[in-house]
Write a protein of this length. Sequence first.
Length: 200
Amino acid sequence: MDSSGPVTLEAHGVRLEPLAIGHRDELATAVADGRLWELWYASVPAPHEMDGWITQALQGVAAGTTLAWAVRDLRRGALVGSTRCYEIAPAIGRLEIGYTWYARSAQRSHVNAACKLLLLGHAFDTLGCAAVGLRTDRFNFASQRAMEALGAQREGVLRHHMARRDGSVRDTVMYSILAAEWADVQRHLRARLAHHAEAN
């Protein structure tokens, strides 16, 4: 498994651009669409926190443990969010997908399915992962539904696992997709994208 550095990924009306400090202003605009940082169970930066949030992500990129992207909706020509591969463990062929957020206007659109198709394809087909993990707050029911809609398998709950932005401690719900399941997940995501295309 070789995770050697950032790469641009593009298909299905979405481009994942390697995250850079130059994305700050567009991402600050995107996160303000829906005031996403006010969701107490989500780890989403406020506009004034965007510099530090990007810097933290890029430290992970430099350390080789993270790949981070800004998400551009090519139909609108605008950045609409961000996502990462992190906890990259080449020795066992595993990484996690997370730190994902989208502007409210991009939610329930083609964007999430396109991003997950690109990210999972990169993980399984390019990097040769054996497993991809996903995780979310126990109270982030929308995220749990989205992970289950992908075809990810719920593994369980880590109790009292990590701190939220407000200092409270969350339980974390864990999901995963194995390489052997990727073909079916890919087929499902392509069908969802075809449905979005027909509806628009």
